[in-house]
Write a protein that binds this ligand. Structure first.
Ligand SMILES: Cc1cc2nc3c(=O)[nH]c(=O)nc-3n(C[C@H](O)[C@H](O)[C@H](O)COP(=O)(O)OP(=O)(O)OC[C@H]3O[C@@H](n4cnc5c(N)ncnc54)[C@H](O)[C@@H]3O)c2cc1C
Length: 464
């Protein structure tokens, strides 16, 4: 008899691979079923946000994996040739307060490598055609034959046209607009790599890649991706000429989310659960955050019988994803309004917003965990992504392996079997971020859920 599968992941895109790797590293038996025989070479998502990468430490992602990437430090909004607002993400605290230009296929290769090293079985060429939610199990066509795979849990990471989403009876709510395109063009790297949003003659966004740049534009009716270079020149008086196009693609502007993310032991994550407009580049990043959140909860459920931990996945990730979806769509719509209607919405709003808040949102750091302990106040509130701190003797405050929920406290304390304890050093740099906190409770996905005096009751419910 085949070995029992703890978690069956449908879809081996970035989200399925990140989830598989995090679960495999925690010792669970994981199988990923992926329809494509070979990795998808399309560049698609161009950037991963730094705090999201920190959250992927639980999936094995290290600084060495990221050496090939190129940081992007925020964005500017230019109305024709006038600068009206700018965001520099480096004002945000933390280890990686920027986004990293790393083509999606390269990130997927990193994640697949970590997943395989952690013992995850990845079956390529496995097209899942039916899902039994009650069992739970799936039927997949592999090499022309139908095969059945059963898992204690099934997670649908099977993208926009998810069969798992359909099987759990979820509807895709929201709206979709046609008529957008992107083009990756050859340009020399600039000294100050920041994205640029250009308004005034329609909307175009210019995003620095590791090599060259990406232009995203709202197209007039009848135009196709091949028209993007001319459109960009027409809309952006500062655009260089000629623009050599490396890759281009039409895309739909989505603001969509699944009406439910779970039925029994079948769950959704990533594009299967939410679809985004490109402003802010939150699509893949939101899915990767789902994976990091879901992984430790599944470990608690499978290893420690703490199934209630899964409730927090819906409580935390659904509103966070919907917020990202709506903000990205709202920004795209506001910026593509005709000249005069809402000429510089960002310019009007920007001075009213705190630069650190804007920077944290830009890099996906400002996602709150609802219902956690906020009693403590100070420079970092509980319920936000934790900020890592360089220690005097070298190394960093936060456990880079993120193998389990971690209690950091000044004095050693007993912790339950599902958690670990680590010392909280009394150093000026740590105090500068965490004040006089005696204890911090850190989730494996990088969220801080308690900051204050020593915890007496370290129940799983505290994890959010
Ligand atoms: C042109 C384009 C540009 C984009 N640009 C950006 C960007 O700049 N920034 C950003 O954040 N995001 C961007 N995105 C979105 C980003 O690519 C997605 O958010 C991300 O890929 C979602 O990851 P995922 O793993 O959830 O889904 P996917 O990447 O869609 O992966 C799903 C996987 O499931 C597999 N699968 C599907 N059905 C089945 C089945 N029945 N059986 C087995 N396997 C199945 C698929 O083959 C696929 O490998 C872009 C997308 C496109 C198309």
């Amino acid at each position: 008899m085949a070995d029992a599968i703890d978690v069956l992941v449908v879809g081996g895109g970035p989200v399925g691979l990140a989830l598989g790797s995090a679960l495999g590293r925690a010792g669970l038996a994981v199988t990923v079923l992926e329809r494509s025989a070979a990795p998808d070479p399309r560049p698609k998502a161009s950037h991963v946000h730094g705090p999201v990468l920190e959250g992927l430490a639980c999936a094995g992602v290290t600084e060495a994996d990221l050496a090939a990437g190129r940081p992007m430090f925020g964005a500017r909004h230019r109305h024709r040739d006038r600068l009206v607002a700018e965001v520099d993400t480096r004002v945000a605290p933390g280890r990686w307060p920027w986004s990293l230009a790393l083509p999606q296929p390269e990130l997927e290769a990193v994640l697949e490598g970590h997943a395989r090293a952690a013992g995850v079985t990845i079956v390529r060429g496995a097209d899942v055609v039916a899902v039994d939610v009650d069992a739970p199990s799936v039927e997949a066509v592999v090499g022309g034959e139908r095969a059945r795979f059963a898992g204690t849990w099934v997670v649908g990471c099977d993208g926009a046209s998810s069969v798992v989403r359909e099987a759990i009876g979820a509807r895709l709510r929201g709206v979709t607009r046609e008529g957008w395109a992107l083009a990756d063009v050859d340009l020399p790297p600039t000294d100050d790599p920041r994205a640029e949003i250009v308004t005034g003659r329609g909307l175009a966004m210019r995003i620095p890649l590791r090599e060259g740049e990406r232009w995203v534009a709202a197209l007039p009716s009848g135009a196709g991706p091949e028209d993007v270079p001319d459109l960009v020149r027409a809309r952006d008086p500062l655009a260089p000429s000629p623009l050599g196009v490396r890759w281009s693609s039409p895309f739909r502007l989505h603001a969509r989310w699944a009406s439910r993310w779970r039925k029994g032991r079948v769950l959704l994550a990533g594009d299967a659960a939410h679809l985004h407009a490109p402003v802010g580049g939150h699509g893949m990043n939101t899915g990767l955050t789902d994976a990091a959140d879901l992984a430790w909860r599944l470990v608690l459920a499978v290893r420690h019988g703490l199934e209630d931990a899964l409730d927090g996945y819906l409580r935390h990730r659904r509103p966070a994803a919907r917020w990202n979806v709506l903000q990205a769509f709202g920004a795209a719509m506001a910026l593509s309004l005709p000249v005069g209607a809402l000429r510089t919405p960002i310019a009007r709003l920007a001075p009213r917003l705190a630069p650190v808040t804007v920077a944290r949102w830009t890099i996906g750091a400002d996602v709150r965990v609802p219902g956690t302990d906020r009693a403590s106040g100070g420079t970092v509130r509980a319920g936000l992504r934790a900020v890592d701190v360089a220690l005097e003797g070298g190394g960093w405050l936060l456990d880079p392996t993120r193998s389990a929920p971690t209690l950091l406290s000044r004095r050693e304390q007993p912790v339950p079997a599902w958690a670990r304890w680590a010392p909280l050093p009394d150093e000026p740099a740590v105090r500068a971020v965490y004040g006089d906190a005696e204890a911090l409770l850190l989730r494996p996905d990088g969220f801080l859920v308690f900051r204050g005096a020593a915890i007496v009751d370290l129940g799983a419910a505290r994890l959010g």
